[in-house]
Design a protein around this ligand. Structure first.
Ligand SMILES: [Mn+2]
Length: 320
């Protein structure tokens, strides 16, 4: 708890909080929670938040406004804090400001974080960055709005307390946040579960063409830019797909590949077994967590799908 007092000291006048590219619920939840906490408890600091625009379902989070999505005009700040950012090159657009900052801090839960900042508060065992932040905050100084942000971060990175990254402490933290008046059911439904008509259509399209490999131990699906266009879908509409593939009976790992630009494909990997998908992603220059990882690979989605299932198959065989 004292650690934050050692970071947000009296000599800090300007601070920026930033997240990672393509921000998810944990990134936006953590960053807005920290923004609220700094504004409330370190009022002498002129703090601003910089994020890429997240999906619409996260726009309810306290502290988000147009200014947040506009790159900060200032040239340098006393303090630059990243939330949920696993490597320096994943800091969203304000990266130049990071280099020019008086002091940098990384608050994160990716075990692969190379400790790229001056101060690194990284708990690779935590299910979400929001959980790491909770342990840094003083409980009585957490407002309802801050609790809402933290709770959102936790549910998004734990799949509403379903994934294996949930620890007993995750639920204790969630209980404390509920006591702060978080409207949990509403947040879960509206920010996590809800899907648009387009999302449902594109999910159906990919699942209808799902394939399995390694005697059903790998479930895989892919979609090209042309097929996305036919479904009226954009990148942001693809979020729920890999999790649905993973639910296939008998599948230990899921691979979802989509084309981001002609000839370039993005891969999402999930594991519900011992297989470390971050290792497989790293073979292709990507990264992530042991159970959820990703990478970008040159090639058409169907080709990349074959490459990835082969690499994943080797990794699974090595584990057997
Ligand atoms: Mn996270």
């Amino acid at each position: 708890m004292k650690r934050l007092n050692d970071i947000f000291t009296k000599d800090i006048q300007t601070a920026v909080i930033a997240g990672h590219v393509n921000p998810d619920g944990d990134c936006v939840g953590s960053a807005t929670a920290l923004l609220g906490y700094v504004r409330r408890n370190y009022p002498w600091i002129d703090v601003s938040l910089y994020l890429e625009r997240p999906k619409e379902a996260l726009m309810f989070l306290p502290g988000l406004c147009e200014e947040v999505f506009t790159e900060p005009a200032m040239r340098s700040v006393d303090l630059f804090v990243t939330c949920d950012v696993s490597t320096k090159d994943r800091i969203a657009a304000a990266g130049a400001l990071f280099d020019a900052a008086g002091k940098t801090v990384s608050i994160d839960h990716h075990a692969s974080n190379p400790l790229f900042a001056d101060v690194n508060i990284v708990d690779g065992e935590a299910g979400s960055c929001a959980e790491v932040l909770f342990t840094l905050f003083e409980e009585e100084k957490i407002s309802r709005d801050i609790a809402i942000s933290l709770y959102t971060g936790i549910i998004h990175d734990t799949g509403v307390f379903q994934y294996s990254n949930v620890r007993p402490s995750t639920l204790r933290i969630a209980a404390t946040l509920l006591e702060k008046g978080v409207p949990a059911a509403k947040i879960i439904d509206e920010s996590f579960n809800e899907r648009t008509l387009v999302q449902n259509r594109v999910l159906g399209y990919v699942l209808a063409r799902e394939k399995t490999f390694m005697e059903g131990r790998i479930a895989a699906g892919c979609i090209s830019l042309e097929e996305m266009r036919q479904c009226g879908a954009e990148k942001k509409d693809l979020d729920p797909i890999v999790a649905s593939l993973r639910l296939t009976a008998g599948a230990e790992c899921a691979v979802f590949v989509y084309e981001t630009e002609p000839g370039t494909s993005k891969v999402s990997l999930r594991s519900s077994s011992e297989t470390d998908v971050a290792k497989v992603a790293a073979l292709f220059g990507g990264g992530g967590h042991t159970k959820a990882a990703g990478c970008t690979v040159q090639g058409k989605p169907e080709e990349v799908l074959v490459l990835l299932t082969e690499a994943l198959g080797k990794e699974m065989n090595a584990d057997d």
